[in-house]
Design a protein around this ligand. Structure first.
Ligand code: GLC
Length: 725
């Protein structure tokens, strides 16, 4: 076992004392988590009373939680339980889904929303959330893209760290802090073909450059737990993967917290075909470094005998139990095992609702605008159309089972409240729901559009088409929403399209038909007021895409940090008219039937304001390892409205011992500018940030030429040069 762990635990006398008194079965119990309602809850009560269960997932109520805790405290050693639940993007107050939050590029916002969620969860006795999910993914077919922070390692790490600070607080005695859990370790976001729970093949250099940095950043930020993924990584399931857990997490990174398996993911190693039976599962998982088994019972059933038979070293079991006891100690559960309802609840407080509204405002991405937005104050009649204009459940998104549906304010109700008496608001859904192909209601929507000055059309995905086990092989708007949009566009009246979804959709056709397109993701409880704020111009949209939008699912994976290849395309789309003779000189890395670029690139998002960049300075433009490189750019708001711009910094390593991405995000800053205002935006880049994992698995920056780009999305043209000597 690592010396650091022994030292760290030695500072907790009760941990060592308890460990010395525990039987093997009690130790196996500390390594086991019961999921309420999954298997016998009565049996779980018996185990808890006998000190043979250390944690409970999804306790049904605060009262039951405390009753179970009382049972645990009355057991022989009286070790308190730790209670977990998925508080992913809010508890009673639902914030925008993580992919939406990532669109804000606002780490302060991510911390504040996690803090608010933690406070609401802690009130009902939740000690531990299974968030943030920091899987990097470039595949919108995968339903859990909704739960991710998108395709980029740097952005994912920044949002993940902010979430950890939000959930766990900045100091151990911060009220309402709960343990965070960086998940799903590791590589789950690379699930083959975007199919849920599918296999993942990731070369170690890419694993270390793309999929591990966000987890390492969370570990360095002090995340108290990690969760293993369902996926097999390069042939070894993540829940039995000693390379991930022992070599990298607990070895290289020195992680001292606890690793929990994902729901029955240990038992699933039998299905994977890497374990013969559940005895094997317990042996493989304990040896690999899973400290706490979620939902299944293999540790309780087999670990004592495996240790007695010498098949699992006792010191590994002790290591695991130490980590679980440290978690409970750091959460103060030994001193304060019971949770009591607050005198005044913060759930759905005015402050939290205002935060949910602000988060939704900042998460929306304006993809197109020919001037139709913000809505003209002169509009006297507005048609609010589409199946998602008044669908409170859908706007809450994928992980919202504790959300208060009655508190959700829809776009229709918010617009009706805001537009007031002077403006006629007519609502027609047009379709029974957003998956329906029953087009009998479309004509009524067309009639409403014809009678109005402007149409706001709300389409997208229902909440239950995104999230876990919601992979889609097509990315179109479900049902007849495309037909509805086309029919409304044919009226010739101004059409504003608002898309609410849990993933990038292939929306090129409907974008072409609309005058303006606002991508709102699933914005949560305060979707309505936030949309009204943006549509009416009270707030300028400022979101930027955290993931590339494919033109067609056939392009997937399409992402900005791609390699240049030996034949970078000469044009976006190859034209091969019929009869064109074979001409090998124009063979390049392109398609015959679609552009090579995405519909919308990573980092892209418009504003009502207009931002201009110039005067990029790189100082010094020749640097040695360890130097700090200062990058400055002048940013101006060349419009007469205020706005926020996310200034993005990208680098490209021209020549490397391994081929390098054409661009990589290395910094971003949200900047607020008044009309006409100019600001100097400065970044400091370390030479370490220029590094990558070489073929020898060592991370280093290699001497040579680098290009530096700064701008408002990943195509930023404004460049500078840097030479690393
Ligand atoms: C689920 C998810 C995981 C979640 C866990 C507990 O299957 O994969 O993200 O935290 O089970 O609900």
């Amino acid at each position: 076992m690592s010396r650091e762990l022994q030292t760290a635990s030695a500072r907790i006398p009760r941990v060592e004392e308890l460990l010395s008194q525990m039987t093997l079965l009690e130790k196996a119990g500390q390594m086991s988590q019961h999921s309420w309602g999954f298997g016998s809850d009565d049996e779980a009560r018996e185990y808890i009373a006998a000190g043979k269960l250390g944690s409970v997932l999804n306790a049904p109520s605060l009262e039951e939680r405390n009753r179970l805790q009382q049972l645990a405290l009355e057991s022989r050693l009286g070790v308190p339980l730790v209670f977990g639940r998925d508080v992913i993007h809010g508890y009673k107050t639902i914030f925008p889904i993580p992919l939406a939050l990532a669109s804000s590029f606002d780490v302060g916002l991510a911390e504040r929303t996690a803090r608010a969620a933690a406070q609401e969860a802690a009130e009902v006795g939740i000690d531990w959330t299974f968030a943030p999910m920091v899987d990097v993914t470039r595949d919108p077919r995968w339903g859990r893209v909704a739960e991710s922070f998108g395709e980029d390692p740097h952005l994912t790490a920044a949002m993940g760290v902010a979430s950890v600070h939000g959930f766990q607080g900045r100091s151990p005695d911060e009220p309402g802090r709960i343990a965070a859990c960086a998940k799903h370790f590791a590589g789950y976001g690379a699930t083959e073909s975007g199919k849920e729970y599918n296999t993942t093949w990731i070369p170690e250099t890419q694993l270390r450059d793309v999929h591990l940095p966000s987890f390492q950043a969370c570990v360095q930020a002090g995340v108290m737990t990690l969760m293993t993924g369902f996926n097999d990584l390069n042939g070894v399931p993540a829940s039995g993967n000693a390379f991930l857990l022992r070599r990298i997490l607990k070895g290289e990174w020195g992680f001292l917290g606890a690793v929990v398996s994902d729901w029955a993911s240990m038992l699933e190693m039998i299905q994977h075909g890497s374990c013969a039976d559940d005895t094997d599962v317990a042996r493989v998982a304990a040896s690999a470094g899973v400290d706490l088994e979620m939902a299944s019972r293999t540790y309780l059933k087999h670990l004592p005998r495996l240790v007695e038979a010498g098949l699992v070293p006792l010191e590994l079991v002790d290591d695991a139990v130490r980590r679980v006891l440290r978690l409970k100690h750091e959460l103060g559960l030994f001193e304060h095992p019971f949770s009591k309802p607050p005198v005044t609840s913060v759930a759905l407080s005015a402050e939290h609702l205002a935060l949910a509204r602000e988060a939704a405002q900042r998460s929306m991405v304006l993809l197109k605008n020919d001037g139709a937005l913000p809505l003209a104050k002169s509009s006297r009649s507005v048609a609010v159309l589409g199946p998602l204009a008044d669908a409170p459940l859908e706007q809450l998104g994928c992980w919202s089972y504790d959300g208060t549906l009655e508190a959700a304010v829809t776009p229709l109700s918010a617009l009706r409240a805001r537009l007031g008496q002077g403006v006629r608001v007519e609502h027609v859904a047009g379709l029974p729901d957003c998956r329906s192909s029953d087009e009998s209601g479309i004509q009524a929507a067309v009639d409403a559009a014809l009678a109005a000055d402007v149409t706001l059309l709300f389409v997208g995905e229902p909440a239950n088409l995104s999230g876990e086990c919601r992979s889609r092989a097509f990315l179109d708007l479900p049902g007849s929403q495309g037909e509805l949009c086309a029919r409304l566009a044919a009226t010739g009246k101004p059409l504003v399209l608002v898309v609410m979804a849990g993933r990038p959709l292939t929306i090129g056709e409907v974008c072409a038909q609309a005058n303006a397109v606002l991508y709102a993701w699933h914005p949560g409880t305060m979707a309505g007021p936030a949309l009204a704020d943006v549509l009416l111009g009270d707030v300028a949209p400022s979101g930027k895409l955290p993931i590339s939008f494919p033109r067609t699912v056939g392009q997937v994976p399409v992402y900005y940090a791609h390699k240049n290849t030996g034949r970078p395309p000469k044009q976006d789309r190859k034209q091969i008219p019929t009869g064109t003779p074979l001409d090998p000189t124009d063979f390049d890395a392109s398609y015959l039937d679609v552009e090579v670029t995405p519909e919308f690139p990573f980092g892209f998002g418009l504003s009502y304001a207009k931002f201009e960049y110039d005067q990029l300075e790189v100082t010094p433009n020749q640097a040695r390892a360890g130097d700090a490189i200062r990058i400055r750019v002048q940013l101006r708001n060349a419009s007469d409205v205020p706005g926020d711009e996310v200034v993005q910094l990208y680098v490209h390593d021209r020549v490397g011992s391994l081929t390098r991405p054409v661009r990589e995000l290395k910094g971003f800053q949200r900047v607020s500018l008044a009309p006409g205002e100019r600001k100097c935006v400065e970044f400091t880049l370390t030479t370490d940030a220029l590094g990558f994992c070489g073929a020898d698995m060592v991370g280093r920056a290699e001497p040579g030429e680098f290009q530096i780009f700064v701008g408002g999305d990943s195509r930023a043209p404004l460049g500078g040069a840097l030479v690393l000597v």
